[in-house]
Design a protein around this ligand. Sequence first.
Ligand SMILES: CC(C)(COP(=O)(O)OP(=O)(O)OC[C@H]1O[C@@H](n2cnc3c(N)ncnc32)[C@H](O)[C@@H]1OP(=O)(O)O)[C@@H](O)C(=O)NCCC(=O)NCCS
Length: 119
Amino acid sequence: MPRFACATLSSGSKWTHDSLFNHEPEGAVACLQSLCVYPEFRKMGIAKALVKHLVKHIEDNHNGVTNMCFVCEAHLIPAYRRMGFTYVGPADPSCLSGEESSQWYDMEYRVPASPKDSE
Ligand SMILES: CC(C)(COP(=O)(O)OP(=O)(O)OC[C@H]1O[C@@H](n2cnc3c(N)ncnc32)[C@H](O)[C@@H]1OP(=O)(O)O)[C@@H](O)C(=O)NCCC(=O)NCCS
């Protein structure tokens, strides 16, 4: 498969390094942990399709998830904005152990409330 994405649920309010290792099934925040497309398949819309699929999966299988969060580097902020994500601000450097040389930024998507939530 030329692409890969995975996510965990967290009880925090945004992406943290801890959320990489701890999946909390009752958490309300979906943390996108990894999104990668093999170099030879890039710029073909595959990452966009994967993100769209993940968002739809969360919306359709809601289960109380309110936000989807992740961190990215500056050059990808405009692309994620075009996919519907909101720029939150610079990520806390301490949340990126081992990646200190890069500046990362928090992004989020607010999951629309589902009619099922009020049942
Ligand atoms: C970033 C990555 C996942 C993009 O995958 P891709 O399949 O080439 O992306 P897509 O073709 O679906 O492009 C989606 C959008 O991102 C933009 N984009 C893709 N790569 C980009 C880059 N390197 N810099 C800036 N924008 C980029 C595209 O122009 C497109 O924008 P659009 O709204 O105008 O269509 C891929 O380059 C990758 O695996 N990189 C290494 C790992 C990585 O950085 N992952 C992201 C972690 S947050």
